[in-house]
Design a protein around this ligand. Structure first.
Ligand SMILES: NC(=O)c1ccc[n+]([C@@H]2O[C@H](COP(=O)([O-])OP(=O)(O)OC[C@H]3O[C@@H](n4cnc5c(N)ncnc54)[C@H](OP(=O)(O)O)[C@@H]3O)[C@@H](O)[C@H]2O)c1
Length: 211
């Protein structure tokens, strides 16, 4: 069974953590303040360790990044050497002006900025384009929510897609890491629809083929 560390114990970290625990993944959280984070780990997460980022990442093969986008690089760096590991970027670089506006770094997306900073690490973008409600519970009325993953390392992407399938999503290959920008914009669309668009937060995207 794969070992996973989640950096961040907010809405996304806890929602994905609950899902990972359900399928028996060996999970730990990487946090800035373990004592304060432990108080947020209740219910199914009560026995999951909250460690400093370096300790959490040491044994992990896949590291989920679930922190605000402006903190992405600092949080990843705080985990120490990520050589040979997979860094799954769940962040969205946004600002708000009556609705979400994409605000990427100069590299083109947060995922590409991470890849530039961590050349020995396989960066994958994903789990960012729906809300924590879907991360916690991906089953829609018409079947599993699609989960798109962009990345340049086919082995790492296949491992993440296999994990997503075990979590109950329909994993979709969204192409190379440059397409992380598309997934960040798909999140903008999701947030718009969920808020100003009036759809609410309990939906995900699905590709459906013609019969
Ligand atoms: N909420 C959603 O539905 C949703 C869905 C998809 C994607 N996202 C994206 O996922 C990311 C996390 O969202 P969220 O809603 O989970 O945020 P959140 O509830 O505000 O939680 C953020 C977490 O990041 C930690 N953090 C902040 N700065 C850090 C740093 N420099 N180093 C280490 N940890 C740091 C915080 O820890 P402290 O307690 O120590 O501050 C907290 O545990 C964001 O990029 C967001 O755009 C959110």
């Amino acid at each position: 069974m794969v070992t996973v560390a989640i950096l961040g114990v907010g809405s996304v970290g806890r929602a994905l953590g609950e899902r990972l625990i359900r399928v028996g993944v060996d999970l730990r959280f990487g946090v800035r303040d373990p004592a304060s984070a432990a108080s947020k780990l209740t219910g199914p997460l009560v026995d999951v360790p909250a460690l400093l980022p370096g300790a959490a990442a040491t044994d992990a093969e896949i590291i989920f990044l679930a922190v605000p986008a402006p903190a992405a690089l600092a949080a990843a760096r705080s985990a120490g050497s990520l050589r040979g590991k997979t860094l799954l970027d769940c962040t969205n670089p946004l600002r708000w002006d009556g609705g979400p506006i994409w605000a990427p770094p100069p590299e083109g997306s947060v995922a590409q900025a991470l890849a530039a900073a961590f050349p020995d690490t396989s960066v994958i973008k994903g789990f960012n384009h729906f809300g924590a409600e879907i991360q916690r519970s991906p089953e829609l009325a018409t079947g599993p929510a699609d989960a798109f993953f962009a990345g340049d390392d086919p082995t790492a992407k296949a491992a993440v897609m296999d994990l997503a399938t075990r979590l109950g999503f329909r994993a979709r290959d969204a192409g190379p890491l440059r397409n992380a920008a598309l997934l960040e914009n798909l999140a903008v669309l999701w947030i718009h629809l969920a808020s100003a668009g009036g759809v609410g937060r309990n939906f995900g995207f699905q590709i459906e083929e013609q019969p």
